[in-house]
Design a protein around this ligand. Structure first.
Ligand code: HEM
Length: 456
């Protein structure tokens, strides 16, 4: 099915129906308890009730979209904007003026400012940093020692984002702070979203104090980065310079708050998502030694034994397919929301203005209606001769449309390079105390992945 054939109907369309209510609602709480208890199973089970279904979350009605074609239509339609509980809570904590939460003309202007740093032809300039960081991992890790994959993945993701996009030589100490701050902030934000107990989060409990301290440090860190760049008088060709030099629609410099919020809005999604994906890649390499071996052999055949380079990534077809398949089964971004700006329609169903709409890339990418052997880890499903079987929008981990992640090329290059560099040197085994079950937060990641590198 193409996007055109599921283009949202206008509200004038005849015979719009009300979407069916998803099964399992209980009085007062509706579907809330199910969503909180096991969000992944809940979202994955909605497809049997309809292509668009109504959910009751307490007194509120939320609409869930369950087919790839309709998620594409939703993401591409101007009738929906970024808004809803997820974004409100992000805005309150991370700032209201960054690209990830803005809408309308401000959003378009901000995308124009940041886009050049992420364009396909801009990525090779980041190759050396990505290579250095990928190989540094293999040198830090020693055979037989336990690798704490959470902190290591955060560390490398933050270092690559900060070194490539903000070009500072203030690394390690700050990357470490940023990793710890972000991990704490994201954990607390998720709790505040699913259990919105407002005033309770202001009480001086240790968890609240830790959250507030991390959030304050995150903002302080961003102020330090901006102030240092200004004080240096230098204007390297990077994203930070683009943000500092940006003008608003009247040609005036953008305000301090917007610069600050923009840096936050790029660093925060940039590190949490990549870090979570690296954790899943490590988990996959440990769980599927046959694919770890295939990646190793591919890297060797391409490099002839020299350290893998950024320029090799394009030739590493199986490695890339391992990354894509890991992202299919364990998408870092597992839930997305939109709000209808007008009375509109999706798939023949009426969506009223102001309605919150939700969908889950996790549910879409694991749906048996789109994928044969849907739960098998099968990187070969991405081979050119088989990829045609995948319905449009059934694999959109970076989303589509005007809110599509600007960093798809930047992220895929570093993920493939890291996977290649570590697999060339090691295979991995889980060790005692490791827990690779899925931890649901703002992103999906393993609870506590502990691995031992084993030299080939
Ligand atoms: C937006 C996924 C890495 C910066 C998004 C969205 C998704 C996504 C699905 C769209 C949200 C929506 O439609 O509502 C991912 C994944 C990543 C990744 C899976 C890595 C595996 C990054 C990195 C950066 C970044 C490395 C920056 C360094 C952003 C920004 C937005 C965004 C700024 C907001 C774009 C807008 O609203 O216009 N990302 N992302 N992401 N991402 Fe990423």
């Amino acid at each position: 099915m193409t996007v055109e054939s599921v283009k949202p109907e206008t509200s004038e369309s005849a015979e719009l129906r009300e979407p069916p209510l998803a099964g399992g609602a209980v009085p007062v709480l509706g579907h809330g308890l199910k969503l909180v208890r096991d969000p992944l199973a809940f979202m994955s089970g909605l497809g049997v009730h309809g292509d668009v279904v109504r959910l009751k979350l307490g007194p509120k009605t939320v609409y869930a979209v369950t087919t790839p074609a309709l998620t594409g239509a939703l993401a591409l339609s101007p009738d929906y904007k970024i808004d809803g509980p997820l974004w409100e809570s992000l805005e309150g904590l991370l700032g209201k003026e960054g690209v990830a939460t803005a809408n309308g003309p401000r959003h378009r202007r901000q995308r124009r400012t940041i886009q050049p740093a992420f364009r396909l032809d801009a990525i090779p300039a980041y190759g050396t940093v990505m290579e250095e960081e990928a190989h540094a991992l293999t040198e830090r890790w020693q055979p037989g020692e336990t690798v704490d994959c959470t902190s290591e993945s955060f560390r490398v993701a933050v270092r690559i984002a900060a070194r490539c996009l903000l070009r500072g030589d203030y690394m390690d100490e700050r990357a470490e702070r940023l990793s710890i701050d972000l991990a704490t902030v994201f954990r607390g934000m998720y709790r505040r979203m699913v259990v919105p107990l407002g005033p309770l989060y202001r009480l001086p409990f240790p968890a609240n104090r830790e959250f507030n301290r991390a959030l304050a440090d995150l903002h302080l860190l961003v102020d330090e980065i901006v102030a240092e760049r200004r004080a240096s008088g230098q204007k390297p060709d990077d994203l930070l310079t683009a943000l500092l030099e940006a003008k608003d629609d009247n040609g005036d410099p953008i305000g301090e708050q917007e610069i600050h919020d923009q840096v936050v809005a790029i660093l925060t999604p940039g590190s949490e998502t990549v870090a979570s994906t690296i954790m899943w890649l490590l988990q996959v390499l440990a769980e599927h030694p046959e694919h770890a071996e295939k990646v190793r052999a591919e890297v060797e055949s391409v490099t002839g034994g020299r350290p893998v380079a950024f320029a090799d990534v394009r030739a590493l077809r199986h490695t890339n397919n391992v990354v894509v398949e890991a992202m299919r089964l364990r998408p870092a971004v597992w839930i997305l929301t939109r709000r209808a700006v007008t009375d509109t329609a999706l798939g023949g169903y009426r969506i009223p203005a102001g309605a919150d709409i939700v969908y889950s890339p996790y549910a879409i990418q694991r749906d048996a209606r789109s994928y044969g052997h849907h739960l098998d880890f099968d990187p070969d499903r991405w081979l050119p001769e088989r990829v045609k079987e995948v319905p449009k929008y059934a694999m959109s981990p970076f989303s589509v449309g005007n809110r599509k992640c600007p960093s798809d090329h930047f992220s895929m290059s570093q993920l493939s390079l890291i996977t290649a560099a570590i697999s060339a040197k090691y295979r991995f085994e889980q060790v005692g105390g490791s827990n690779d079950t899925t931890r649901v937060g703002i992103t999906l990641r393993p609870h506590r992945l502990l691995l031992q590198p084993v030299q080939w």
